[in-house]
Structures are given as structure tokens and as C-alpha cells.
Design a protein around this ligand. Structure first.
Ligand code: OAD
Length: 250
């Protein structure tokens, strides 16, 4: 790969505060399918309206639970890739020089945490924890596939557990949203990595950062609506580009 990363690398090296927004493309090299782009993308074979809304769960909890349980198993079997590891390393580099690092992720797979990233803001929740759809209380779940689907809630008769992800039509968690806004407003460098940048409000944080003077970097395998607008668009796989960028930022 012949990619010139000198200028964005310098911007990172000089930054006191770096914010990174990640999307499904960051986990693609761990074998987790993305939602858009490429033949294997989830929203090519599945309709989000029948799987990723509260109405879909109310109508057909069995199908929705089976789909999320299948994805939960894929996430559990996956291991963090070079992109996850590079972001965790960048956080350590910033911490060592008294800087600040915030990782905003749209991914629900928990791979950033497993790669030892610490300051992770889960914008769309996670697929590891499940809660009662009626009361919101958490429920104990087995690591392996659920023996019964949908999963009966221990908290209310007749109710089921649902994944702690954010579905279409639902609000993002308040704390995550305000943490993301605050970090975006205060950062010197904002990176958007492996996201198609079409789902809001996540896709809007880069504008908040840029409006406050941050330099912007995109890493993506394909062009997105951001590619023409960022200071540096680095085209390539996250697992190949990020280590190059981060290795040399310390
Ligand atoms: P998408 O599937 O929309 O976009 C993934 C992006 O990653 C695309 O732009 C790909 O070109 C790019 N990509 C694929 N492989 C890559 C690689 N190895 N390296 C770098 N880039 C790569 O995923 P998100 O943007 O995360 O929400 O999607 C946002 C939200 O839409 C998701 O959180 C999910 C989805 O519907 C909900 O379910 C609520």
C-alpha cells in the first residue's frame, strides 16, 4: 500500500484531543458483516424494518431474537483486528502525553473493549447485554445460543428479553449522545473510520468537530459522502491504514 499519511500523522501527533468515530467497516476484517456496501452486506439480504425496529420485535419476537442471537454468536467468535488494536494503542499514546482520546462507536460487537480501548462511547448500544423489553431490567443470558427464542423475561410474565442495541426509531442513549457532542466540540482531530456516514446523529459529529476547528480524517475502503469534505481521505482497509497512521504518531 502506497499511502501518504505524513500530514494526518502530524496532525495526530500535535493533537491534545482526538475523537474517533467507528462503523461496521472497522470490524469487517474480524469477519463481521457490514450493513451497506459489498454483496455480503446485511441490509442487502435482510430488511431492517422487519428486524431492527421495536415494532418488528413486537410483531415477531422469535425472528428478531433469532437474527440477533445469530449476530451475537458471530461477534462472540470474532477477535479484534489490527484496526481495533491500533486504536487502543493510539489511546495509550495520547494518555502518555496527557492528551485525551474518545472512541465513539456505532458497533455493537464490543470488539473495541476486547482490544483494550478504554474510553468507548457506545452510540448504538451493544449486542452482549439483553434486557426485559417491558421493564428495561437486565437479564442473565448464556454465552452460547439461547435455548429458547424469544427469551422469556425473568422480570415480567409474558415479556421477552431484547438486545441492548438502538433500533431504528429509538433515541440514542442520552449519556452517550452528550458525551459524543462534548468530545466532538473539544477535539483537535476527528477521524471517521469504516462508516458509510449516512446514519444520524452519529454521522453529524464530524461537522460539530469541523465547525469548532478540528482537522478531519476519513479512513474507508470506499468513497462516502464525507470523502470530499474531510481534510484527509485515506482510502483503504482500516486494518491496513490505521496501523500505518498510528505506528508513526507516537
Ligand atoms: P455500514 O455498513 O453502513 O458502512 C460500513 C462502511 O465501511 C462502508 O462505507 C464500507 O465501504 C466500509 N468498509 C467495509 N470494509 C472496510 C474495511 N475493511 N476498512 C474500512 N472500511 C470498510 O456501517 P455503519 O456506517 O456502521 O445501525 O452503519 C451505521 C449504522 O447503520 C449501524 O450502526 C447500524 C446500521 O443500520 C443500527 O442498526 C441502528
Amino acid at each position: 500500500m502506497n499511502l501518504n499519511v505524513d500530514a494526518p500523522r502530524r496532525a495526530i501527533a500535535e493533537a491534545r484531543s482526538v475523537v474517533v468515530l467507528t462503523g461496521a467497516g472497522v470490524s469487517a476484517e474480524s469477519g463481521i458483516p457490514t450493513f451497506r456496501g459489498g454483496m455480503e452486506a446485511l441490509w442487502k439480504s435482510f430488511d431492517p424494518l422487519t428486524l431492527a425496529t421495536p415494532e418488528a420485535f413486537a410483531r415477531d419476537p422469535k425472528t428478531v431474537t433469532e437474527w440477533y442471537d445469530w449476530r451475537r454468536q458471530k461477534c462472540r467468535e470474532a477477535v479484534p483486528n489490527a484496526a481495533h488494536l491500533a486504536l487502543a494503542a493510539l489511546e495509550r499514546v495520547l494518555a502518555a502525553r496527557g492528551g485525551r482520546f474518545t472512541l465513539l462507536t456505532q458497533n455493537v460487537d464490543r470488539l473495541h473493549q476486547r482490544a483494550r480501548s478504554r474510553n468507548v462511547v457506545e452510540l448504538h448500544g451493544n449486542i452482549v447485554e439483553w434486557r426485559c423489553a417491558a421493564t428495561g431490567r437486565g437479564g442473565e443470558i448464556p454465552e452460547g445460543p439461547f435455548p429458547e427464542r424469544p427469551v422469556p423475561s425473568p422480570h415480567r410474565a409474558g415479556a421477552f428479553l431484547r438486545p441492548s442495541v438502538v433500533w431504528f426509531g429509538e433515541a440514542l442513549p442520552e449519556a452517550a449522545l452528550s458525551a459524543a457532542f462534548e468530545a466532538a466540540q473539544a477535539c483537535d482531530v476527528f477521524m471517521s473510520i469504516g462508516t458509510s456516514a449516512v446514519v444520524y446523529p452519529a454521522a453529524g459529529f464530524i461537522d460539530v468537530a469541523a465547525a469548532n476547528g478540528a482537522k478531519t480524517i476519513e479512513i474507508n475502503r470506499d468513497p462516502t459522502p464525507l470523502s470530499q469534505r474531510v481534510d484527509w481521505s485515506l482510502m483503504g482497509k482500516a486494518g491496513e491504514v490505521l496501523p500505518k497512521l498510528v505506528e508513526q504518531s507516537s
